[in-house]
Write a protein that binds this ligand. Structure first.
Ligand code: GDP
Length: 464
């Protein structure tokens, strides 16, 4: 079962609970477990998750509670256990910009680095998406103001250097590699030394993913690691490889001792469950997920965000991060929205700004999953229809007055004639206007709860 189907199965299981009777709850738990197993999550993990859920239901749900309360608590229990499944509780190292000071050497003022460059070594099997992810990560950090260099230490695969070079040139990232040198350890060392001397904040080293013999591949990784002394080693894993992920991750862990994982191909047909099991087996955090072939298709992985999206709850944190990638620091509307969110406020105008930003950046599939209600629609009607819906949302908000946009939306409840006016102006139905208002209310509640909780936005408890 691919991830999108897993999401709709989980949502289906949760929404099947109506009266919250024991039978209904048992069948819901069973459905959740079956869906996970069919997505390749390891059986031991599913059994543990089931036992935890059952134990929590026993202690946290009392027969005296209202059905609505029981359903809310059930949702939270399932949410928390799914988060625990993908949360390694390990913090990966975060790159910092180099701090430098000026020293006088031989009578000349020179900048010297006070801290070390952050060296990231990529490992993983050929075809996993290593070279693509190297560039994606380089671009990700470049957009955030880091000075990033790429080193190609894959001399085994013909064309590996060309691929990295082309990607790097397209993204204007400095690169290092050689067509002639056969020794990958030497290239890695030279490249890292060069970029270090040029005071790069982050140096990303791509290594080979295949050899005539597996042992040679692992030996080479160890040697490169010894020479470049990486601050962080990232294993790139194909999200669609299923149960094989676990043994693959263990083998790499033994030789390369990676500390972070990037899961690729989480778009399309990835089941994801096998890779998620690998995370649990190696107790290593997933740092990013690849969601397409394009250089921008890289998302920070956060357990709560991932599960929120899977369950179609929407996720304001991802919205903010997406928008941050647009470099909108000088955009006045954006600044105001950020200020409002910090204060737990989210007006209709903020919603309008965000929607307009999304339309600029696409693809809409990624965006829809962050907005409550839209991921459900997306899985039912497909991308084209969702894209139409998002555009309609923008037309609807364009038809609102400044007073309406600056409001929290209650103005429409007090004066419903406004809904009819906006409907007429935007060419949409009154029901569509009400849906936008409802989605805005959900987002606004999330903004408030994100501020109140100081994190964990998107948790089901945050919904009204
Ligand atoms: P490497 O051998 O590990 O360096 O793998 P490559 O970076 O050459 O990627 C192998 C193939 O996977 C290429 O066709 C990439 O475009 C594709 N690919 C990499 N990451 C993703 C992803 O997140 N989603 C999709 N759909 N394709 C990806």
């Amino acid at each position: 079962m691919v991830l999108a189907d897993l999401g709709s199965r989980l949502r289906g299981a949760l929404s099947s609970v109506e009266s919250a009777s024991d039978d209904e709850i048992n069948s819901m738990v069973k459905d959740v477990c079956t869906a996970l197993l069919e997505s390749d999550v390891n059986i031991k993990l599913v059994v543990r998750l089931r036992d935890n859920i059952k134990a929590k239901i026993k202690t946290e749900l009392s027969p005296e509670e209202t059905t609505a309360n029981k359903r809310k608590k059930l949702q939270k229990i399932i949410f928390d256990e799914l988060v625990a499944l993908v949360d390694s509780h390990e913090e990966p190292p975060k790159p910092k910009k180099l701090s430098t000071s000026t020293k006088v050497i031989n009578g000349k003022k020179k900048k010297v680095a006070k801290t070390n460059s952050h060296v990231i070594m990529f490992v993983g099997l050929q075809g996993a998406g290593k070279t693509t992810s190297c560039t994606k990560l380089a671009v990700y950090y470049k957009k955030r103001g880091f000075k990033v260099g790429l080193v190609c230490a894959d001399t085994f695969r013909a064309g590996a250097f060309d691929q990295l070079k082309q990607n790097a040139i397209k993204a204007s990232i400095p690169y290092y590699g050689s067509y002639l040198e056969q020794d990958p350890v030497k290239i890695a060392y030279e490249g890292v030394t060069k970029f270090k001397s040029e005071k790069f904040d982050i140096i990303i080293v791509d290594t080979s993913g295949r050899h005539r013999q597996e042992q040679q591949l692992f030996d080479e990784m160890v040697q490169i690691g010894e020479m470049v002394q990486p601050t962080q080693t990232i294993m790139v894993m194909d999200g669609s490889i299923g149960q094989a992920a676990e043994s693959q991750a263990k083998a790499f862990k033994e030789s390369a001792n990676f500390g972070s994982i990037i899961l690729t191909k989480m778009d399309g047909h990835a089941k994801g469950g096998g890779a998620i099991s690998a995370v649990a087996a190696t107790k290593t955090p997933i740092v990013f997920i690849g969601t397409g072939e394009h250089v921008g298709d890289l998302e920070i992985f956060k357990p709560t965000t991932f599960i929120s999206k899977l369950l179609g709850i929407g996720d304001i944190q991802s919205l903010i991060e997406h928008v941050q990638g647009l470099n909108l620091q000088n955009d006045e509307n954006h600044k105001q929205t950020m200020e409002n969110i910090k204060e737990g406020k989210f007006t209709l105008k903020d919603f309008q700004n965000q929607m307009n930003n999304f339309l600029k950046m696409g693809p809409l599939t990624n965006i829809a999953s962050m907005i409550p209600g839209l991921s459900n629609i997306m899985s039912q009607v497909g991308e084209e229809e969702t894209s139409k819906k998002i555009k309609n949302m923008v037309y609807i908000m364009d038809s609102m007055t400044a007073q309406e946009l600056e409001s929290d939306g209650r103005i429409f409840v007090d004066q419903p004639s406004r809904i009819l006016r906006v409907a007429k102006g935007s060419g949409c139905s009154a029901v569509e206007i009400e849906m936008v208002l409802q989605q805005h209310r959900l987002m606004s509640t999330m903004a408030k709860s994100a501020v109140a909780a100081g994190g964990a936005p998107g948790a089901p408890g945050a919904n009204p």
